[in-house]
Write a protein that binds this ligand. Sequence first.
Ligand code: TA6
Length: 290
Amino acid sequence: VHASDGLPRVLLTEPSGSSAEVLLYGGQVVSWKNDRREELLFMSSKAILKPPKAIRGGIPVCFPQFGNLGSLEQHGFARNRVWSLDNNPSPLPSADNQSSVDLILKSTEEDLKTWPRSFELRLRVSLSAGKLTLIPRVRNTDSKAFSFTFALTNYLSVSDISEVRVEGLETLDYFDNLMQRERFTEQADAITFDGETDRVYLSTPTKIAIIDHEKKRTFVLRKDGMPDAVVWNPWDKKAKALSDMSDEEYKTMLCVDSAAVETPIVLKPFEEWKGRQELSTVSSSYYSGQ
Ligand code: TA6
């Protein structure tokens, strides 16, 4: 763990030359570089890497509430807390030639005031050639059941949002956050972007492809335990309104989140929920929807 700018972080590397950086603040991945040292995640040039502000980029963890669907601050408080290294992670099969770190956030007296449930939130971040895997787990350490909503907000770096296509969400139902969460059904071909987009797609398939024509790169998101997917681009007006995003940066980012939003996850005492997401990149010429 090193702390160049006062923020302790873990640097993961693996033999083929890719790397990832995870901050203890927010348990947040803030960088994922491929074997050619290209940064694959978006990080705003105006991101504020200082508590209690959420960091505008990388992969923020939204827990125990996605969005402003409940009484907590937007996206809950896990991304605004300092996590710890989890020295005794419950045994998770760790595949070989992986480089990984286990982080943990436990409920504090302070948090119990705003969200009166005691929990242990764990996150394993694993790096292997061409793949970044996140395994979140939530254990109910309380004496009564509780429910929560959850998301991993993947800020993907793209060359030009107007050249990006998303495949895998065709014909699905979605809530449109720009239309008071009214429910719509996606049309039958890939999603493209020409304006502010803020949707929660429901019961998505396990694989979603984000195809960046210019960079000839396709991100493939595979997920389990998180049935929904959020697709967000603020576009120009909303980007101008965000103090931690410069006016033009919306053109080079797209959020595609693994999420459990429509149906909150319910845990009985001592039960544990486990999610999983794998982000990988393939060259778009190679990717033909397989
Ligand atoms: O991911 C969708 C969303 O809820 C958008 O409505 C937008 O608010 C975005 O999250 C970013 O939220 P944040 O609190 O990180 O500024």
